[in-house]
Write a protein that binds this ligand. Structure first.
Ligand SMILES: *Cc1c(COP(=O)(O)O)cnc(C)c1O
Length: 401
């Protein structure tokens, strides 16, 4: 099989170094390429394909919607915005939603909410606490909030007004903000995704919640990757038993149809008024119907519980197989968001695994990341382990001195 041959796309900007396979078809947790080769999808379009590929109920709903109305302007009402917004508020305990089309857009809206919140309190130069290794997107503001110099290099000057701290260190957060009257918000991912699958401890999240209450800051939790059921609860911060004030969502929300959302609690829900923010595609009929149908299917099929069960099984099996392998540092994560950290850069595992019929990603150079669809079966979880472990072993053998 010749997956080494590059697939030329001379008219496409080279923003990604793509794996040289061309995917044309998908069903459930499997996809096929144009050569008829089959792959088990343990990436799900980076935590996007919640229901896997071509889920029959989602396909029917989308076909129905496409034939009725794909898009109208936000100047008008349509039947799907309010039901999806209500569904998100009900499951998060929050109050109001703004819809957009991607993760960075949701985070951009969150940052604008933080600034509006500050200005409403008379703070002219609001500052937001962000984190080392964080990832919030690729727009100028969200790349400035991101804690990865590689994402920022070449795009300076960065947006000002960010204070950076390490995760899981309440003292560091206090030290970085004590006596600073300009702080308006703390902004983190409940589990850092691109940064290498680093969970924030429930105690830490609860501690930040308390500090935000004490100092009248917004707690803003980026659930773009770890939210929408992936960890076994609707939103990963719910493991800490708290509510944020602002919660950006995207990736898994539409199960493949581009949609983002910012869900806000009472402290932030009324900050945007007509003219303050907007986006043309945001919350269109196709995207919101996809989101609503995704949520209904997840509940009818018990996919939160499935994510928790299969995730725990995957984590246990991977740890059992890899714990004594030299070069494997840690297996960590929650539900179906799992990272296997190695002691060396391992980007080439993406191609090796693809050749073995498994789609994965490597993030933060050394972390193999698994984000399979939430419909994953026990047999498919076992198949991920059976395909991944030999590749990790072989790679570590071949690259050891
Ligand atoms: C992917 C991601 C984003 C950016 O989402 P896009 O849709 O690619 O703009 C933001 N935050 C987190 C936590 C993400 O994982």
């Amino acid at each position: 099989m010749n997956t080494d041959a590059l697939i030329p796309e001379p008219h496409v900007m080279s923003t990604y170094s793509r794996v040289p396979i061309r995917l044309t078809y998908g069903r459930g947790c499997r996809v096929w390429d144009d050569q008829g080769r089959e792959y088990l999808d343990a990436l799900a379009g980076i935590a996007v394909n919640t229901l896997g590929h071509a889920h029959p109920r989602l396909v029917r709903a989308l076909q129905d919607q496409v034939a009725q109305l794909i898009h109208v302007s936000n100047y008008y009402h349509h039947p799907w915005t309010e039901p999806l917004a209500a569904a998100l508020c009900e499951r998060s305990g929050l109050a109001k939603v703004f819809f957009c089309s991607s993760g960075l857009e949701a985070n951009e809206a969150a940052l604008k909410l933080a600034r509006k919140f500050g200005h409403a309190k008379g703070i002219a130069r609001p500052e937001v606490v962000v984190y080392e290794r964080a990832f919030h997107g690729r727009s100028i503001a969200t790349l400035s909030a991101t804690g990865n110099p590689k994402v920022q290099a070449g795009f300076e000057p960065l947006v000002e007004g960010f204070i950076r701290v390490p995760i899981n260190d309440l003292e560091a957060l206090r030290r970085a903000t004590d006596g600073n009257p300009n702080v308006v918000a703390v902004f983190f991912e409940a589990i850092q995704g691109e940064g290498g699958v680093h969970p924030l401890e429930p105690d830490y999240i609860a501690g930040v919640r308390a500090l935000c209450d004490e100092r009248d800051w917004l707690l803003m939790i980026d659930e773009v990757q770890c939210g929408m059921g992936r960890t076994g609860k609707w939103f990963a911060h719910q493991w800490a038993g708290i509510r944020p004030d602002v919660m950006p969502l995207a990736k898994g929300l539409g199960s493949g149809v581009p949609i983002g959302a910012v869900v806000a609690g009472p402290k932030a829900a009324e900050l945007f008024q007509p003219g303050h923010h907007g986006t043309t595609f945001g919350g269109n009929p196709l995207a919101t119907r996809a989101g609503l149908e995704t949520i209904r299917i997840m509940e009818d099929e018990g996919l939160l519980a499935n994510a928790a069960t299969q995730g725990q099984h995957l984590l246990t099996q991977l740890w059992a197989e890899l714990r004594n392998v030299p070069g494997v540092r840690e297996v960590r994560g929650k539900g179906l968001m799992i990272g296997v950290e190695l002691d060396r850069p391992c980007g080439e595992l993406v191609l090796r695994c693809a050749k073995a019929g498994l789609l994965i990603s490597v993030t933060s150079e050394r972390v193999v990341r698994l984000l399979p669809p939430l419909i994953l079966s026990r047999a498919e979880a076992d198949e991920i382990v059976a395909k991944l472990v030999p590749q990790v072993r072989a790679f570590l053998d071949e690259t050891s001195a």
